[in-house]
Design a protein around this ligand. Structure first.
Ligand code: ADP
Ligand code: MG
Length: 215
């Protein structure tokens, strides 16, 4: 087994930049998904938020992982008006204290991500099958943990996590929305992929790309 790459502020910043890039490229698509089940702003919200994050990171590079994730979370909470701002903001804010001042190993990164997703649940009360971002994130975390436990390195564990997130995202199509704006549609939300699950799958795909690039 190869030695896993450590996760430091530079590589984590690379992850966030890659996420911002994917969101920017897919902003219209995410907004179109939200037009079907919500108010047609998810791509606009996420793109505004991630552009603000990149501007904040360009402005002053955080010293360590807790400072980085705190800044990202605060920026999202303050720059995004929709439900996704506080939810993604909470995810990153809850990741922050899970790190120490030093670079993290894959298991610590997995723990931090789980703390972040636990924060999303604490805030939004979503359960599995409610047709939200949780339906992409929860299977991704389980796949990530499983892959690491099986001895896989960071890159291949994140590839597994990304595949699981995409499967979870696709699984939201047949679900009835029970949280957020889409829940107002009830049964009519069936047949549409959840926008937040789609952006969350992009978050995990960005991690696989950023941390797996040369791992
Ligand atoms: P808004 O619904 O305020 O317009 P967005 O369109 O930016 O915000 O985000 C919508 C996404 O937020 C949904 O597709 C869903 O994945 C996610 N979401 C909404 N409410 C919740 C919740 N309570 N828990 C988890 N995720 C949620
Ligand atoms: Mg919306």
């Amino acid at each position: 087994m190869s030695t896993d790459r450590t996760i430091d502020t530079a590589s984590a910043t690379g992850w966030l930049r890659e996420f911002a890039r994917i969101i920017g490229e897919n902003a219209q698509y995410l907004t179109d998904l939200d037009a079907a089940v919500g108010d047609a702003d998810h791509g606009i919200n996420m793109d505004r938020g991630m552009k603000a994050v990149i501007a904040a990171l360009d402005d002053a590079a955080p010293a360590d992982l807790p400072a980085l994730f705190k800044k990202v979370g605060m920026t999202l909470v303050s720059s995004v008006g929709g439900a996704s701002g506080p939810l993604y903001g909470t995810l990153f804010l809850r990741m922050a204290p899970a790190f120490g001042a030093d670079a993290a190993d894959p298991a610590e990164f997995a723990k931090a991500l789980r703390a972040g997703v636990d924060g999303v649940v604490a805030r939004g009360r979503a359960e599995a099958g409610d047709k939200t971002m949780f339906d992409a994130l929860a299977p991704a975390l389980d796949a990530f943990d499983g892959a690491l436990a099986a001895g896989k390195d960071l890159a291949s564990a994140l590839t597994d996590a990304s595949a699981a997130a995409e499967k979870g995202r696709d699984g939201t199509e047949s679900m009835v929305a029970r949280k957020g704006r889409a829940s107002y549609l009830g049964q009519r939300s069936v047949g549409h992929i959840d926008p937040g699950a789609t952006s969350s799958a992009m978050l995990i795909a960005a991690a696989a790309t950023a941390f797996g690039a040369s791992g």
